[in-house]
Design a protein around this ligand. Structure first.
Ligand code: AMP
Length: 284
């Protein structure tokens, strides 16, 4: 395990590797990130984890300043996982000048998370494209917890022929169901209890869908769970196609054979904004 901040040195090291598997992160690593690292190890000889809090993807009113930065702890965790290289560039290294040309995710980037966080996904796609350009990975691993981000990265790779295989890793949860997130550390004990309404609401919705309920009932169950938890303000609850985030209507029954619908939620618990999702399986 070696930390490399110098881009020239990094490229020299990666040039010698037979294959490179990449895990982009913003640091404050938790078990969810480590699971991505394990997946990456199965896909490439040299695993690189990047740690960079990307200002381009934060809106002016968002938590860029509050975002937890824990580089020393992150490095210790990565050592345990046997990560080959840790890339933690400075702001100046990533953006020596403000970018003029950026990546736009179009309509897919303006729905759901994009509607609530204007410019967020364009910032994400731009930094991911830059990191792909710097590292030239064969494989990159992203969490399905950020499902719209994963869909957009897949489309970027397809539409721009970037030649990187994208792996989507399952969401890692606490034993009580709360999806791991760097932002969970901002929750007070009572807010954490309220935050459980996201995963519990989703589970209830998935069970209802499996029993044949329509979209309205499924979405309603999630909203009810959120409404009954104290101090939770719902941003959205929806059933969507996981590839393009267009709405899916379950009124005509469950998704068809081989199809999937994604039940997505975003809510604010106190000052902390959380997202989560679960798959509603079609017939097999
Ligand atoms: P972040 O550092 O929050 O930008 O996340 C870096 C990567 O870790 C993204 O691909 C996320 O989707 C993924 N990730 C974050 N939380 C989880 C989780 N609980 N389970 C699986 N992957 C996650």
């Amino acid at each position: 395990m070696q930390q490399i901040a110098n881009i020239a040195e990094l490229r020299e090291r990666l040039g010698k590797a037979a294959s490179v598997a990449f895990v982009p992160t913003m640091g404050n690593l938790h078990e969810g990130h480590l699971d991505l690292v394990r997946q990456a190890r199965a896909h490439g000889e040299c695993v690189v984890v990047s740690i960079f809090v990307n200002p381009l993807q934060f809106g002016p009113q968002e938590d860029l300043d509050r975002y937890p930065r824990t580089i020393d702890g992150d490095l210790a965790m990565r050592a345990d996982e046997g990560v080959a290289l840790a890339f933690a560039p400075s702001l100046d290294q990533m953006y020596p000048v403000d970018p003029v040309v950026t990546v736009s995710g179009g309509a897919l980037a303006s729905r759901f998370e994009g509607a609530h966080r204007p410019g967020h996904f364009d910032g994400v796609l731009t930094v991911v494209a830059k990191l792909f350009g710097l590292l030239r990975p064969d494989v990159a691993v992203f969490g399905r917890k950020d499902a719209q981000q994963l869909a957009l990265v897949r489309r970027m790779v397809t539409d721009l022929d970037l030649g990187v295989a994208i792996v989507g890793a399952p969401t890692v949860r606490e034993p009580d169901g709360l999806a791991l997130s760097s932002r969970n550390r901002n929750l007070s004990p009572s807010e954490r209890e309220s935050a459980l309404s996201l995963s519990r609401g989703l589970s209830a919705g998935v069970s209802l869908a499996a029993a044949g309920a329509g979209s309205r009932e499924v979405v309603g169950a999630v909203r009810t769970a959120l409404d009954h938890a104290g101090g939770v303000r719902t941003d959205y609850v929806a059933l969507v196609n996981p590839d393009d985030f267009t709405d899916i209507d379950l009124a005509a029954g469950r998704p068809g054979r081989g199809q999937q619908a994604l039940l997505v939620v975003a809510a604010r618990v106190g000052r902390t904004r959380l997202i989560d999702n679960m798959l509603v399986q079609g017939e097999t």
